[in-house]
Design a protein around this ligand. Structure first.
Ligand code: DGL
Length: 362
């Protein structure tokens, strides 16, 4: 080949590779692609408004719509491509099984979409821990699901809702949050949906995980994790609510000195398929209550011994002979969470031995 021709072809190659290099350099300098996060709103104080900026109790929860909440935190645009859907507009003490089923189905639909990287759920704090555990057992994806609320209404001085929402969106858009189960994030702290509890009626640091501790923190616009949940959750769950429009009736009987069987008998008469005792101590059952629980079991009602104490293990055959009575024990699940697992378990079986295994698995 003519040397001049060879040179001009080499020169052309050089010029092309310079353009490609420059383009790639531009790519490198281009802003990082923001994650796509969907906010599902259900109500609560984070959507609440008070009469004045100093009203921090006695306000009205569940007033602001999801678009108003998003507008109120323009910084969200730096954290993710965000859009909102209003799933419910309730104070969370009024949360229902129907809203849970609607929420779980919508979360699963969204997370199955390639263009959704994570979901944030705004929620009243009173029952956040229950919704978190219900979704921990019914979401079929490893993508992040973050539940967030606030302890002060949006109209209050130092409202915690905006920063909590901003952190929740950052967390839901973070690859580090994937595969860790449903997360509850308020007050710069990250808790596991399985173990978190609201432990104070009104302070902004109310969400704790007794004994077992936070999973990590939100700091400097990103999550910092220090531990992982070990029980099965989300993508590994055996529960499928996609075809359910109702859940089995399961109730809770609170244990206390000198208690009687009136409440339990009424729950059974009303058709409860399962009952959880929030017992004293390690789920102890008062002598006068044992006949009532035994009768319930003989009618086919599944009985779970949990505890009102708030942390620790409720183990089999402590002060009750569970093998003889054919009762189930809740392990470390408190009564409100034991109710949720028992409801889902009853959608699959009423075999107490299989149900006990589920309490050792989730
Ligand atoms: N009514 C309560 C609720 O919706 C307010 C508490 C809150 O959201 O912080 O859970």
């Amino acid at each position: 080949m003519n040397p001049n021709k060879r040179f001009s072809r080499f020169a052309a190659l050089l010029v092309c590779s310079a353009f490609i290099g420059a383009a790639q350099a531009e790519d490198v300098s281009a802003p990082a692609k923001l994650p796509n996060v969907v906010i599902l709103a259900t109500g609560g104080t984070i959507a609440g408004t008070g009469a004045s900026t100093t009203t921090t109790i006695g306000y009205t929860a569940a007033k602001l719509g999801v678009d108003k909440m998003i507008e109120g935190v323009p910084e969200l645009k730096k954290a993710a491509n965000v859009r909102g859907e209003q799933v419910a507009q309730i104070a969370s003490e009024s949360m229902t099984n129907e809203v849970w089923l609607k929420l779980a189905k919508r979360v699963n639909e969204l997370l199955a979409q390639k263009d959704v990287d994570g979901v944030v759920i705004t929620h009243g704090t009173d029952t956040i821990e229950e919704t978190a555990y219900f979704l921990d057992l019914t979401v079929k994806s490893k993508k992040p699901v973050v539940i967030v609320g606030s302890m002060r209404p949006s109209t209050a001085i130092s409202a915690d809702g905006p920063i909590n929402l901003y952190n929740a969106v950052l967390l839901a858009g973070s690859k580090d949050a994937a595969g860790k189960g449903v997360l509850v994030a308020l007050n710069d702290q990250i808790n596991a949906g399985r173990d978190v509890s609201k432990v104070n009626t009104s302070t902004s640091d109310t969400f704790k995980t007794p004994d077992l501790g936070f999973l990590g923190y939100m700091q400097d616009n990103k999550p910092h994790f220090y531990r992982l949940p070990v029980r099965k959750h989300t993508a590994d769950t055996e529960f499928d609510v996609s075809k359910l429009d109702k859940l089995p009736q399961v109730d809770i009987v609170y244990g206390y000195a000198n208690m009687n069987r009136v409440a339990l008998d009424a729950q059974i008469a009303a058709g409860a398929q399962g009952v959880v005792q929030a017992g004293v101590g390690d789920g102890s059952m008062a002598a006068q209550m044992l006949p009532a629980f035994r009768e319930a079991r003989q009618k086919g009602v599944v009985v779970v011994r949990s505890s009102r104490v708030g942390s620790g293990i409720v183990a089999r055959n402590g002060e009750v002979n569970d093998d003889k009575e054919d009762f189930v024990v809740s392990d470390t699940l408190n009564a409100q969470r034991a109710r949720i697992l028992l409801m889902l378990a009853l959608t699959k079986t009423n075999d107490s031995k299989k149900i006990q295994q589920m309490f050792y698995t989730y």
